[in-house]
Ligand binder design. Structure first.
Ligand code: UDP
Length: 241
């Protein structure tokens, strides 16, 4: 049984980046039909008052520790969490291996044009990569059958979904069976960063575990969401037995 740590009710897997990549690779080999979630502090906080999200996360095949907050919480709860496994980095490593492994990848989500730009970027970065389809993430409920049909027809091995939290997790939970894809991962702002619409924190800030602060600064609408972090810290501390 894989090792997990319960952080405010969310069972987060104790994995390194290399192990997370291997787990996803094996789900593709087995054509498992599973979801992978990337849990940062904000997502975990949301799950504490969103029972549906909590249930989805705890049914995911793999929940990686995305973000300094999640790694801190694991350590604070006495778990030897090896490192942060950011969704963006996980997606890049999987894409880097895709050409050699002949993996087919579908990009679903973000504003119109962004997934296409991210596809061009992926094709430049990872020559030979097969991005077998893209679809923007702004749609009406009546468009969903067509989106599902387009993804099914493209037969991806890996589906990356960027609709934001918790929309991407809920959408996937609803359609996972029907889609028949071996693995799907909710990747938040990944296509925005790849397309150059949004910047990632400079490396020094990532290393200083300050990426959350950078994101809050770059997107003032997110600044309010930063308040989730001190609340998260207090809640995790209070939950310590
Ligand atoms: N997004 C989308 N459809 C929506 C809402 C958001 O495709 O209905 C996209 C948005 O354009 C962005 C991504 O979801 O590319 C992630 O958004 P955000 O950074 O707000 O999400 P989070 O950090 O919560 O994952």
């Amino acid at each position: 049984m894989a090792k997990q740590i319960d952080i405010l009710g969310v069972n987060v897997d104790v994995v390194t980046m290399a192990e997370a990549v291997e787990r996803v690779e094996s789900y593709m080999d087995e054509r498992a039909g599973v979801m992978v979630a990337t849990a940062n502090a904000e997502m975990i906080m949301r799950a504490t008052h969103d029972a549906e999200l909590m249930r989805i996360l705890n049914n995911a095949a793999l929940v990686v520790p995305d973000g300094a907050g999640t790694v801190w919480a694991a350590h604070h709860l006495g778990c030897d969490m090896p490192e942060r496994v950011a969704g963006y980095d996980l997606a890049q490593l999987l894409m880097a291996r895709a050409p050699q492994k002949h993996r087919r990848i579908f990009f679903f989500g973000s504003a119109p044009g962004v997934a296409d730009k991210a596809k061009e970027k992926a094709e430049r970065l990872y020559p030979g990569i097969e991005i077998v389809g893209t679809r923007n993430g702004f749609f009406k409920p009546e468009d969903e059958p067509d989106i599902v049909a387009a993804i099914k027809a493209a037969k991806p091995d890996l589906l990356l979904v960027a609709l934001g939290v918790p929309k991407q997790e809920k959408w996937l939970a609803k359609y996972m069976k029907e889609l028949g894809v071996p693995v799907a991962i909710g990747v938040g702002g990944t296509f925005d960063v790849m397309a150059g619409v949004m910047k990632r924190a400079p490396l020094w800030m990532q290393k200083a575990k300050l990426e959350w602060l950078f994101r809050g600064m770059m997107q003032p609408k997110r600044a309010g969401r930063l308040m989730a972090l001190p609340k998260f810290v207090l809640k995790v501390h209070a939950s310590r037995k």
